[in-house]
Design a binder for this molecule. Structure first.
Ligand code: ZN
Length: 164
């Protein structure tokens, strides 16, 4: 295991002066937390728990490798990928596409929100609210204990949008 089984592509960041800079992701190897704003990719490795506190906002993608855990009490504005054997506990706000591999688990708690397209080969337990397109790839979404699915609003031009 370890980091040999996947790549850590660099993100392109545009500076305030217009110059470009490539930065590697924040690799979480042991328990860590985010309690402020952070822009960029985060990769959580096996055995580690990454917590986004109520005042934390991640602008970028979050990847949970097999055997890792994330607690999202704050906000993620970006994609979330949950590998087999990884768990995402969401009491906050996940705004962006979510991909759950077979054997991965996303648990949305009361007050939590999933806003974005879902690709589910694993399990999503929704006790909060979710909205977005859904692709089931052999997985399952369970709306439990008052968990709900937000319906899109149809606009005058016939497209549908989610109003949160
Ligand atoms: Zn990694």
């Amino acid at each position: 295991m370890g980091s040999d089984d996947h790549d850590h592509p660099k993100d392109l960041h545009i500076q305030a002066d217009g110059s470009e800079e490539y930065r590697g992701p924040w690799v979480v190897e042991s328990d860590d937390s985010l309690n402020a704003n952070h822009s960029g990719t985060v990769c959580v490795h096996e055995g580690a728990t990454f917590q986004i506190g109520p005042r934390g906002t991640l602008s970028g993608s979050l990847t949970l490798q097999s055997g890792s855990t994330a607690r999202i009490d704050g906000k993620v504005a970006g994609s979330l990928t949950v590998a087999s054997g990884a768990i995402a506990e969401i009491t906050g706000d996940q705004s962006g596409s979510v991909t759950v591999d077979r054997g991965g688990l996303v648990r949305v708690h009361p007050g939590g929100k999933l806003a974005g397209s879902l690709v589910v080969a694993g399990l999503v337990e929704n006790r909060g609210v979710r909205g977005g397109s859904v692709q089931i790839r052999g997985g399952e979404i369970q709306d439990l204990d008052g968990g709900s699915e937000k319906q899109p609003t149809r606009t005058t031009d016939g497209s549908s949008i989610y109003v949160w």
